[in-house]
Write a protein that binds this ligand. Structure first.
Ligand code: UD1
Ligand code: MG
Length: 417
């Protein structure tokens, strides 16, 4: 595939979201929506990706990993054509293909975009528009064709007549353009009188009128073009992506007893033969080994690393914590900012008090240590290997329990060396 650059349109306010957060930063399964679009441009090796920002530009810039990405400000939200025009100075002299994506279609897949690019190059078109046929086309731009099926125009919802509302073929909002043709035609786009915006969709018609080859690529994937415009759409996209994530883990050999009540965010790795019981929440940036039992009712938060054959039982929370192999933590516990060695046993109700009101502090529990029920460790605390902390003990700040020692009481004192 020859080289291409990408533009992601993300300046819109997302009015219908009724939010102070820019639309493209709303998380879906733990990742900002726009990251799903960046997955596509990254994995297809876009030469350069320009994100057009406007509403909340600084927030978008701060939230997005910026390798190979440039931000372009659209000072006023004057429509999708105006947004693309802002990128023109950055693409001076570029004569290849420009892929344009919207920042709010997180269900779009890389394979579809790859197929779109392939068709575009094969047909040598000036523009190729990605279309989809869907049951509820309300709100989307419609694809207008003549009697022979040839493409004529894209008509926005606000501008269509009664007959055109029946059209089920929609504009997904993804296009491949030849750069020189795109920027030539953009100059000719007129303000849409009704919406007071410059429509990118008008460029396609203008190219056709100028005698350039215009092509379409229709995907059979009805979800591909799903645009997130309000909170209901957001929940729908979340449910679909969550399903995809769970299916991927199951394909990799993880048992998920009840997918309907299991929430696993993006960027989680789980080894084979691990069983996830119902009502479990696993956040992004978590690694779990093989042969573990997790849940029911467990919450594993970002930065947690769990080795093999570990049991994390009911009503437990783990945050920024690493746990060695064969550790049991079966009931009502919280571990935050902790390191637990292999074969340690965390009794029912054990808590690390990791926050002192100012900073988060670390707890280290050595291999084979036994932490009794209801013990509290006020971090920073170190429990040596094979040490025993008695039930109900409070191990106070800066205590170091030597290897093999037994401590008990409030505050915990050495009972046996
Ligand atoms: C747009 C398309 C429509 C298509 C739909 C697919 C146009 C005119 N219409 O409509 O044909 O069916 O997407 O989801 O293009 N944006 C900017 N600057 C602006 C305006 C918008 O960057 O001035 C960005 C938004 O942040 C968004 C994208 O462009 O990511 C699309 O804008 P949106 O307002 O959602 O357009 P739709 O009405 O959905
Ligand atoms: Mg939209």
């Amino acid at each position: 595939m020859s080289g291409f650059c990408s533009i992601i349109l993300a300046a819109g306010k997302g009015t219908r979201m009724k939010s102070k957060v820019p639309k493209v930063l709303h998380p879906i399964c733990g990742r900002p929506m726009i990251e799903y679009m960046l997955d596509i441009t990254r994995s297809l090796r876009s030469l350069k990706t320009y994100i057009v920002t406007g509403y909340g530009a600084a927030k978008v810039k701060a939230a997005v990993r910026a390798d190979g990405v440039e931000f372009v400000l659209q000072p006023q939200l004057r429509g999708t054509a105006d947004a693309v025009r802002r990128v023109e100075p950055r693409l001076k002299g570029f004569r290849g293909t420009v892929l344009i994506l919207c920042g709010d279609t997180p269900l779009l897949s890389r394979d579809i975009v790859r197929a779109l690019l392939a068709k575009h190059h094969q047909a040598k078109a000036a523009v190729t528009v990605l279309t989809a046929i869907i049951d509820h086309p309300q709100g989307y731009g419609r694809i207008i064709r003549d009697d022979t099926g040839s493409f004529l125009a894209i008509r926005e919802q606000k501008d269509i007549n009664d007959q055109e509302t029946q059209i089920k073929e929609i504009n997904v909002g993804v296009y491949c353009f030849e750069a020189p043709r795109l920027f030539e035609a953009l100059k000719k786009v007129r303000l849409n009188a009704r919406k007071k915006e410059f429509y990118l969709t008008d460029v396609v018609e203008l190219l056709l009128a100028a005698g350039h080859p215009v092509d379409t690529f229709t995907t059979q994937d009805v979800q591909a073009g799903f645009g997130v415009n309000d909170r209901r759409d957001l929940a729908q996209a979340e449910a679909i992506i969550r399903r995809r994530i769970l299916q991927e883990h199951m394909r990799n050999g993880v048992t998920i007893i009840n997918p309907d009540t299991t929430y696993i965010e993006a960027n989680v790795k789980i080894g084979s033969d691990t069983v996830i019981h119902p009502c479990t929440v696993i956040h992004s940036d978590v690694r779990i080994g093989s042969g573990c039992l997790i849940g029911p009712f467990a919450r594993i938060r970002p930065g947690s690393r769990i080795a093999d054959k570990v049991e994390i039982g009911n009503f437990t929370e783990i945050s920024r914590t690493s746990i060695g192999s064969d550790v049991f933590m079966k009931h009502f516990s919280f571990l935050g900012d902790a390191r637990v060695g292999a074969k340690a046993n965390i009794g029912a109700g054990v808590v690390t008090a990791n926050f002192d009101g100012v900073a988060k502090n670390k707890t280290t529990i050595g291999p084979g240590a036994l932490i009794g029920s209801d013990a509290i460790m006020v971090a920073p605390v170190t429990i040596g290997s094979r040490a025993v902390v008695g039930a109900g003990a409070v191990v106070t700040k800066h205590t170091r329990v030597p290897a093999g020692a037994v401590v008990r009481g409030v505050p915990a004192k050495i009972f046996k060396e």
